[in-house]
Design a protein around this ligand. Structure first.
Ligand SMILES: [Zn+2]
Length: 310
């Protein structure tokens, strides 16, 4: 078995302008981190077709999808919100990102790969049913979940999101979907300024405060996520892998280290092994300090690969 690795070329062409933290260099940083850790050659490189409109429309308003296709500029930048803009490659990059997750779900459910990591931009977990926001256009992980429910007939999918920002988009598009358990750890107050509402067995929110680090993070995951996921018994685990809770990240104030991302990935692998033959599809979300992103992504993928090689 292997760990499938997706890194579409379009991910490095989407560019929201000089000085934007969500920049193409993030993908090269991930590659560099994987290479320096000696992981890149062990990964099973895959290509995927762009996502189809029908797959997007399982989680996004068809009118919104249409508007986004129509908004794609022939040149320059088109601003969708103060943080989120399209260049001529953004639509392709967002479609390829969601396409990678859908293909990874197919491969992993087919037993063709043990697990998968999608090194994609733009991220997705802030994209709501009918709104682009927070650097996100399509919620790739939610699209992957809806694909697994509809096309593969799964009945229980856990989405685990350790990005420092709450995955408001994923909550928005899947909160009424009883077949999905969504667990999100995040700094609050911080963008997108979510409430801390919890729906047991369905929506688990683990707010953390600025300045908190490894100890509190690990205790919180052990207290909130592990029992919830165990009770839910997922048939597939999807991960929104943001690395911006790292202490060096310029957009947030948590104090995690790369090692904490290895730790949480080990816990996720254990859960997936217990309930669903290790089936995990992980997708890059945030992470804006390039060195921290490189080290953290390598820590995360290293654990996936170790499991994939088993
Ligand atoms: Zn984030």
């Amino acid at each position: 078995m292997t760990t499938a690795f997706y890194s579409p070329d379009s991910s490095t062409l989407h560019d929201m302008g000089r000085g934007h933290p969500e920049r193409p260099e993030r993908i090269s940083a991930v590659h560099k981190g994987l290479e320096q850790a000696g992981l890149l050659n062990g990964l099973d490189r895959r290509q995927a077709p762009a996502v189809g409109r029908s797959a997007l429309e399982r989680v996004h308003d068809p009118d919104y999808v249409e508007q986004l296709f129509a908004a794609s500029p022939a040149s320059g930048l088109r601003q969708l919100d103060p943080d989120t803009a399209m260049n001529p490659h953004s639509l392709e990059a967002a479609s390829d990102a969601a396409g990678a997750v859908v293909n990874a779900v197919d491969r992993v459910l087919a037993g063709d790969a043990a697990n998968a990591f999608c090194a994609v931009r733009p991220p997705g977990h802030h994209a709501e049913y009918a709104r682009a926001m927070g650097f996100c256009f399509f919620d790739s992980v939610a699209v992957g979940a809806a694909h697994a429910l509809t096309r593969h007939g799964l009945e229980r999918i856990a989405i685990l999101d350790f990005d420092v920002h709450h995955g408001n988009g994923t909550e928005d598009v899947l909160r009424d979907e009883p077949r999905v358990l969504f667990c999100s750890s995040y700094q609050n107050p911080l963008f997108p300024y979510t409430d801390d509402e919890i729906i047991p067995g369905k929506l688990i929110k683990s707010p953390l405060r600025a300045g908190q680090g490894s100890d509190v993070f690990r205790r919180t995951i052990e207290r909130d996520w592990l029992p919830s996921v165990s009770a839910f018994k997922p048939q597939l685990v999807l991960v929104s892998a943001g690395f911006d809770a790292h202490r060096a990240d310029p957009l947030a104030g948590l104090e995690l280290e790369a090692d904490d991302f290895a730790w949480v990935t080990e816990r996720i692998v254990e859960l997936a092994d217990e309930f669903c033959d290790g089936r995990i599809v992980s997708t890059l979300e945030g992470g804006y300090d390039l060195s921290a992103l490189a080290a953290s992504a390598a820590a995360h993928v290293g654990v996936l690969l170790k499991r994939g090689e088993r």
